[in-house]
Design a protein around this ligand. Structure first.
Ligand SMILES: *Cc1c(COP(=O)(O)O)cnc(C)c1O
Length: 476
């Protein structure tokens, strides 16, 4: 296409076919062969500049050459988050049906902002959100929500809504509470909302990493005495570090007594509701006013897909409805939801489609089996680690996350030495590019963390990675 101006930016039917089929072939090959590849991509800024840096191209380049270049230089320099040995940070197992659904949604470029632009897209979002509302035990009549780009955006949307409903326009005295294990996106959201440091209470966690309820109650009481307005508690349903679920029932009671908003961040762990003991594991989650779940994590969806559900969908429309003049003609009636009135984005991609097509194609029972498999795999890994003389479990298998460290019996290494040892094991495992296994810090200890939400990760994969760690440790 050199020196050709293509002012309509279009291809012939044959060109489109040939190009598209190649891309499908690449994607299928990726799904089919990723296990044979190494999951870790490591490159410095300098490496990437040398490989990719260029001025904006004014002239056309042959389409095939561009595609070949992308396949050669860009895809292999990206970590494979759906690889069975990607244990960090939160893997993205994804699935092929949803991948194709995203391709369709993008191909038709469906505007998922308002009813008028695509009634079917809006209806499908209402339906799939309805499935989630029911799954989590939220009120099916009044409950609602929307899909977002991810958990961060869902948390932000929730907190804007909480503040609007509980504080109205004056939030100068408002105070918000979250634990020291809450996900960083919550603090980011609080900052975006413009709260001052004095309006945020970070509540310590207990020995099991749960929000310490007594300390929470003390903080609220003290703030009341000072004339402040405690308005929202953010509880975690599956912290990213350890999978720990805060005492949701108790926090719900506090919220009720204190007339506070209960937001549950279940971005990581919410999907455990599909496990056989889901309701037990996440007891009290149905009492939340708002709940974040992240289908692009443990509902096996490709990026980007987060979700916020709320007890009363009117809270969202009351918070986010703005009517510019040019949208007047497209309002429709009240039951015909304009999702741009339920959140921050106006123009939105059609996220509901992938959720819909994958759940319908595989059946929810397949998703349940996958989640159950993940939960049990983590428990089996815990069993292996406990029986080994070399490993110590630091935080037991909880919602498919396990934290452990190399600490061989009889060696009596100092804490400092253990930290250095485990840090080095992680570094060398990643350096080998065979597995993505990173450390986290729990109660001051450097530990290794496995997040086992890939349904294609087997006990053998894990065993191979542990063997690899032991081999490295033997040389240290
Ligand atoms: C991942 C995560 C988030 C952020 O979600 P994104 O989709 O990455 O924006 C929020 N909370 C928890 C608990 C998470 O694990």
């Amino acid at each position: 296409m050199k020196n050709v101006i293509n002012a309509t930016l279009s291809l012939s039917k044959e060109e489109m076919r040939e190009y598209g089929y190649q891309i499908i072939d690449h994607i299928v090959a990726h799904f089919d062969t990723q296990e044979e590849k190494n999951p870790v991509a490591m490159a410095s800024r300098k490496d990437m500049e040398a490989l990719l840096m260029e001025e904006v191209p004014l002239e056309a380049t042959n389409a095939q050459a561009v595609l070949n270049d992308v396949m050669e230089k860009i895809m292999p320099n990206s970590t494979i988050v759906s690889h069975p040995k990607s244990y960090s940070f939160v893997p993205g197992p994804s699935n092929y049906i949803s991948t194709m659904a995203d391709t369709l949604a993008t191909g038709f470029n469906i505007f998922s902002g308002g009813w008028a632009a695509s009634p079917a897209a809006a209806e499908l979002e209402i339906i799939t959100i309805g499935w989630l509302v029911e799954m989590f035990g939220f009120p099916t009549e009044k409950g609602g929500g929307l899909f977002t780009s991810g958990g961060s955006m869902a948390n932000l949307t929730a907190l804007v809504t909480a503040r609007r409903v509980k504080c109205g326009d004056d939030f100068s005295k408002a105070v918000i509470y979250l634990s020291d294990q809450a996900h960083s996106s919550n603090i980011k959201a609080i900052r975006v909302l413009g709260f001052k440091k004095e309006q945020i209470r970070i509540i310590p966690t207990d020995i099991e990493f749960k929000m310490a309820v007594n300390k929470l109650k003390n903080a609220i009481a003290k703030d009341r005495l000072e004339g402040l307005h405690p308005f929202c508690i953010i509880a975690s349903a599956g912290t990213t570090n350890t999978g720990t679920v805060d005492p949701l029932d108790t926090i719900a009671d506090i919220c009720k007594t204190e007339d506070m908003w209960m937001h549950v961040d279940g971005a990581y762990g919410g999907a455990a509701i599909l496990g056989t003991h889901g309701k037990e594991l996440l007891k009290g989650i149905e009492k939340a006013d708002s709940l974040t779940v992240d289908p692009h994590k443990w509902f096996y969806q490709p990026y980007e897909m987060g979700c916020l559900i709320v007890k009363n969908h009117k809270w969202l429309s009351e918070t986010f409805t703005e009517k510019p003049e040019y949208l007047r003609d497209v309002e429709g009636n009240e039951s015909e939801i304009n999702f741009y009135d339920h959140g921050i984005q106006l123009t939105r991609r059609f996220r509901a489609l992938k959720f819909y097509m994958s759940v319908k194609t595989f059946g929810l029972n397949s998703f349940k089996a996958a989640v159950q498999y993940n939960l049990e795999l983590a428990e089996k890994v815990e069993g292996i680690l406990r029986k080994s003389a070399k490993w110590e479990v630091i935080s037991p298998a909880t919602l498919a996350v396990i934290n452990f460290r190399y600490n061989p019996i009889g060696k009596n290494f100092s804490e400092k030495k253990l930290d250095a040892l485990n840090q080095e094991i992680s570094k060398q495992v990643i350096g080998s590019v065979e597995a993505l296994l990173v450390t986290t810090v729990l109660q001051g200890q450097v530990v290794l963390r496995m997040c086992l939400i890939n349904p294609r990760t087997t006990l053998q994969h894990v065993q191979e990675t542990l063997d690899c760690c032991e081999k490295i440790a033997a040389t240290l």
